[in-house]
Design a protein around this ligand. Sequence first.
Ligand SMILES: Cc1ncc(COP(=O)(O)O)c(C=O)c1O
Length: 396
Amino acid sequence: MPTLDSTLLPALDELKQKELDWKVYKLEGASLPHAVVNGKKVLMLGTNNYLGMSNHPEVREAAIEAIKKYGAGSGSVRTISGTMDLHLKLEETIARFKHTPAAIYFQTGFAANQGSLPAILQEGDLALSDELNHGSIIDGVRLSKAEKAIYKHADMDDLATKLEAASKASKYKRIFIITDGVFSMDGDIAPLDRLQRAAQAFGAYVYVDDAHGDGVLGEHGRGIVNHFKLEGKIEAEMGTFSKGFGVVGGFVSGSTTLKEYLHNKARSYLLSGSAPPATVAACIAALEVLEKDDSLVKKLWENTKYFKEKLKSMGFDTGNSGTPITPIMIGDSAKAKQFSAELFKEGVFALPIVFPMVAQGKARVRTQIRADFTKEDLDFALGACERVGRKLGLVK
Ligand SMILES: Cc1ncc(COP(=O)(O)O)c(C=O)c1O
């Protein structure tokens, strides 16, 4: 009998040969603007910690106090004895922040999609999913018994054609439109207002994954639904605490029935230990910080606008991004990798995004702007981008 390793190695070797394997970037210390990666001091342009919330004093303090009072773990899954008063307080806080009647908290955003989608989608339903949706949506839809169809990225004509065909076929019990709110590789915002109107016209429901919109879009960072003034009109808004909110955890906000249904049906929630008290308390604190003060969100946008405008004026192509995710479009995978490596030498961390994460010929270096960058930090990053861009013939 061959060893397990010998059966795994061919696939691993293939990834390595094609240079598609993930290297380990070791972050030595906190996720701050000035970080140490693999022993080198860098300006960190490669995190989702858009607001620097992971090190906000009130968030850190809440985590420490929760450990003192509750200990390190919750001891169980939510439905047995792992629902602490903290978990309930967090769900109330999410619902208040999102202006929805209720919310349910999962251990991660991935778990939220993987648990909610197969629970909500039933046999006889149709799930219409944007072609660039996140892998956790793809997996969640795959786990469901619904029929699936993919519509072209943010393409309302293609979506309308598919909605029309589905409603004419009159064989589906329910139709769902499922979309990322902000697309993580391009930073573009889903046309949620038009999606919602299309859904209404065809009697479909909308499920939006606002992972990269939380803490970024809308008043006080309330997210994409608030941004488009669609509160009360979107059936399910999924989000994560691992990005703008600076902690970890996922959630779905919506009606009290949706919450109660997922509490009983979402398997990732039912069959996995609940989040530890320090995490939950930190999530509550992050939302409370944002509720009382939107200065971090404003600073994030100020920094984002400055950085994007300067990059564009240098001649870089930043694609369709409308958020702090700012791709520097390069095209060729090898060149994107070289761009990132040269930036690293200059003391700037930003990862190359290449096939199969994006289509062939669409390689880019993804930069992500933060609220806690100073103007000097941004100028430092811009200077490095310009020098490397010139060296590689991307800008004059
Ligand atoms: C669009 C989207 N949805 C869901 C997730 C998963 O969230 P989490 O990191 O909380 O598991 C991510 C994170 O990569 C994401 O970008």
